[in-house]
Design a protein. Structure first.
Lengths: 157, 241
């Protein structure tokens, strides 16, 4: 596997069904042509995301196991991560795990208008927000009025 | 030391002290969802604080990192506004504080995103997205309590009256800063007036204007907050876990 493939397969420690590549926080994986050293660039979902240290450690461990023990991991904040960077495959995985994926961010709105969120369990659009803040910084807590199940929703950012 | 250092430190201290105060609600909020919300907002503030203090340390060039700035300065060296250090009070006071803070931070970070300093611009672009959620959340509570029962209205109005004098310090002119806070007042006023009106609350008259935070002159509340926040790091320098 190439270093890019190795790093892309690292899963997010807080939403373990999705890889950091699918989540859109993996920005680049390069190899220094002179030294062969792997340079990985990642960006946090939220500034205070407490998972960043674990993500860095997981990347380092995966690369070491693949024969790249001296990888450099850089963290960038610009451009700021957006939920629009979650891949289609990532969105499908979230939904399959019972986490409603985010709606596209509308240009110009800092807080996106939340249209109806589809219940990831029964598919109903008759849902309501319980709290704007959920089990992790990037999620809100919702409830389905049809099947009564609570569920997480990755809020558009 | 440059004006950029002082300015970055001030924004970082605002976020750090706000995070510490909001964190005090953890396990004590009126409902579980709110407990999680306040902890999340505190975490966002802490995230912004870490980026800002790290950068402030680099601008200063004296070898101080985020931890040195957060844990090893005394109260007179902090540059946060007084608003964030005020005690949490009841839930209405906390929401009034958060509402005014977010109504200032959102236009502040938005303006920062367009400033000439690339690092500050990146932090502003990132933090403003989170700030928008804080404002939304606090405004919702201000409306809910203000336009709620007689008792909730009374307490929300009392909270707004109590905290209002501390908002003026946020907009004291700062010529030469990457973003002059005086330019943010119009956005703040528009937002605050709209929310207070919908909440059936009255905007207090401008009178007393306590200040001094940007010069390191604080209320005694900050000293107690720092004592709690810094004790571990000072007792065990360099502690890591």
């Amino acid at each position: 596997m190439t270093p890019r493939e190795v790093v892309a397969a690292v899963v997010d420690p807080e939403i373990r069904v999705i890889t950091i590549d699918e989540l859109g926080i993996l920005r680049s994986v390069d190899e220094d042509p002179a030294t062969g050293r792997v340079v990985v660039t990642i960006t946090p979902t939220y500034t205070g995301c407490p998972a960043m240290d674990v993500i860095r450690a997981d990347i380092r461990r995966a690369l070491a196991a693949a024969g790249h023990p001296d990888a450099e991991i850089r963290t960038v904040h610009s451009p700021a991560w957006s939920t629009d960077w979650i891949s289609e495959r990532g969105r499908a995985k979230l939904a399959a795990a019972g986490i409603a994926p985010p709606a596209p961010v509308r240009a110009g709105n800092v807080v996106p208008l939340t249209l109806a969120v589809r219940c990831p369990r029964c598919g109903s659009l008759d849902t309501e927000q319980v709290s704007r803040f959920g089990s992790t910084a990037c999620k809100a807590l919702w409830r389905c009025r049809s099947c009564s199940e609570p569920f997480d929703h990755v809020k558009a950012l | 030391m440059t004006s950029s250092f002082d300015f970055t430190l001030a924004l970082g201290d605002d976020a750090l002290i706000a995070a510490q105060r909001l964190g005090e609600w953890t396990s004590r909020a009126p409902e579980m969802e709110e407990d999680i919300a306040l902890a999340n907002i505190a975490l966002d503030q802490l995230g912004a604080a870490r980026l800002l203090l790290t950068y402030a340390g680099e601008l200063e060039g004296a070898g101080r990192d985020e931890d040195a700035l957060a844990y090893l300065r005394d109260d007179r060296e902090f540059r946060n506004c007084l608003l964030v250090e005020l005690p949490n009070g009841d839930f209405a006071v906390t929401m009034a504080k958060l509402f005014f803070l977010a109504a200032y931070q959102l236009p502040g970070y938005t303006a920062l995103a367009g400033c000439a300093d690339e690092r500050l611009a990146a932090i502003g672009a990132k933090a403003r997205k989170e700030s928008a959620y804080h404002l939304d959340h606090a405004a919702l509570w201000v409306k809910r309590l203000g336009d709620g029962t007689e008792e909730s209205h009374r307490r929300m109005q009392a909270a707004v009256d109590q905290v209002w004098p501390y908002t003026h310090e946020l907009f004291a002119p700062w010529p030469g800063a990457p973003v002059d806070p005086a330019t943010l007042r119009a956005d703040f006023d528009t937002c605050v007036d709209a929310v207070l009106a919908e909440a059936t609350l009255t905007r207090p008259a401008d009178g007393w204007t306590p200040g001094g935070g940007r010069d390191g002159v604080h209320t005694e509340h900050l000293s107690y907050l720092l004592a709690e926040m810094q004790v571990l790091h000072r007792a065990h320098p360099g502690a890591n876990w």
